[in-house]
Ligand binder design. Structure first.
Ligand code: ADP
Length: 208
């Protein structure tokens, strides 16, 4: 199973990805987590992206495409993977298409978590306040100002992927504002129906 989870910061991609990992035995590939690990380890990539990430901007396409291209080749990704936070721009999506076609792999579905932006801001602000109250360390980019910038980057650069994948017949949308378990159920239903592949093969049957 190979999936993309699409949605703005705070839409719940990470939460749903973890549930899919447990259910299908596939790996979650989060470029955000990989980049944060690089920053923490002080690698050359980490040093290059540290400021960009802290300010809420997007890292260079070639850099994240390289990271994902190599990660997909690791043995633990052979059974399948969920991309969380990648692709984030149309050029990244195009690069992913060529990486997958070179390896003769295809995607089962692109699942969009649809959320209301106002509610999203409140959700993240509550999460930040709760973490502070518990004395937990916040991420460098967990501040309301940076959050606005992350949302702006999403709107301008990532939201066009919805049309991109719809155009490729890959997009499946679920209501990300529903309770967590209901979102999981909606995703399960999309996958039980065979994701986007089932629709593509039905179309073939009809046109044959
Ligand atoms: P969010 O909580 O906003 O979904 P992530 O953990 O996915 O955040 O990513 C955090 C930061 O890492 C982003 O704001 C961006 O700077 C960088 N990043 C992650 N994935 C990508 C990507 N595919 N392309 C460019 N930058 C990325």
């Amino acid at each position: 199973m190979r999936l993309i989870l699409l949605g703005p910061p705070g839409a719940g991609k990470g939460t749903q990805a973890q549930r899919l990992v447990a259910k299908y035995g596939i790996v979650q590939l989060s470029t955000g987590d990989m980049l944060r690990a690089a920053v923490k380890a002080g690698t050359p990539v980490g040093l290059q992206v540290q400021k960009i990430m802290a300010s809420g901007g997007l890292c260079p396409d070639e850099l994240v495409v390289d990271i994902i291209g190599q990660r997909i080749d690791q043995p633990d990704a052979h059974k399948g993977f969920i991309l969380d936070g990648f692709p984030r721009t149309v050029p990244q999506a195009e690069a992913l298409d060529s990486i997958l076609s070179e390896k003769a792999l295809d995607l089962d579905a692109v699942i969009e978590l649809q959320v209301d932006e106002g509610a999203l801001l409140r959700r993240i602000e509550t999460r930040i306040a709760d973490m502070k109250a518990r004395g937990e360390k916040l991420r460098d980019d967990d501040s309301p100002e940076v959050l606005h910038k992350r949302l702006e980057a999403y709107r301008q650069l990532t939201a066009p992927l919805i049309a991109y994948y719809r155009g490729h017949g890959m997009l499946r949308s679920v209501n990300g504002m529903a309770p967590i378990d209901d979102v999981t159920k909606a995703i399960d239903e999309v996958l039980a129906a065979g994701g986007a592949k089932a629709v593509a093969s039905k179309k073939k049957e009809f046109s044959a």
